[in-house]
Design a protein around this ligand. Sequence first.
Ligand SMILES: NC(=O)c1ccc[n+]([C@@H]2O[C@H](COP(=O)([O-])OP(=O)(O)OC[C@H]3O[C@@H](n4cnc5c(N)ncnc54)[C@H](O)[C@@H]3O)[C@@H](O)[C@H]2O)c1
Length: 264
Amino acid sequence: MGSLQGKVAVITGGASGIGRATAVRFAQEGADVVLGDLADGTETVRLVEKLERRAVFVRTDTTSEADCDALVAAAVAEFGRVDVGVASAGIATAAGMSNVEARAAGGDATHVVNIDTDAFRKVLDVNVLGVMMTDRALARQMLAQGDGGAIINIASSAAKIPLAGASPYCVSKAGVWMLTKVMALELATTGIRVNAVGPGYTATPMIGGIEDNAAAYGAAMSITPMNRLGTPEEQAAACLFLATDESSFMTGQMLHPAGGQFTG
Ligand SMILES: NC(=O)c1ccc[n+]([C@@H]2O[C@H](COP(=O)([O-])OP(=O)(O)OC[C@H]3O[C@@H](n4cnc5c(N)ncnc54)[C@H](O)[C@@H]3O)[C@@H](O)[C@H]2O)c1
């Protein structure tokens, strides 16, 4: 028996990176999964089905309230309930460039004094409002079920580490971290636990190609004592812990698989 045998998990950002690895890990532990993403989730569905679990992909823009509600409704329609939710959908910058690349490019084009308002707003829209609307839809369903649940928000070590040139991202992830704590308080007596994972630099498309960019990789490793990137699977393992009863007395916490970033 896997530790999520018979459970149903909804995962945003499930088409790629940490969301995909989490879907696969949860399926290995016996869960069926519902994947919401702007991008095509077919490959994740295939990987889950290879493990003989069921997976449904729902094209979802998490900045749309209707889409977030429809994603949870699809899980209920397909599997009858939702036990676990992982909000992994996120962006680094409005332009798609990673923060490390932006910082390593030097100059102050991405500093607050120069940043474009819409670029800032876009990151908050996806990373904060998108997570709030995902969490709200999940929590409403879990409250209706009446037997608890686990919500896991993918924040970032950048929720606590200020990075020059990455103000929208840092602010958004600090927002996710605070949202996690407030929701945990509000739901503490319901059996619904709300926690966060705050990854350090992790090898996913979000920071794609970083190893080929000496300046960007050097900047990332200068604040990563283990001197390597994390893997999506290492983030998925933290999500698994927070999804199961192994963490039954934990709510409002953030785990940092981050290569030692918080040793200082
Ligand atoms: N990779 C890292 O180094 C790192 C570090 C810290 C935190 N994170 C966080 O981890 C989470 C997952 O990122 P990842 O590294 O797997 O990157 P990724 O780019 O591989 O995956 C992000 C996914 O989110 C989806 N997405 C983006 N905007 C969306 C929207 N509006 N609606 C629905 N889906 C949307 C993308 O299509 C993509 O599939 C993000 O929240 C990211 O900020 C990543």
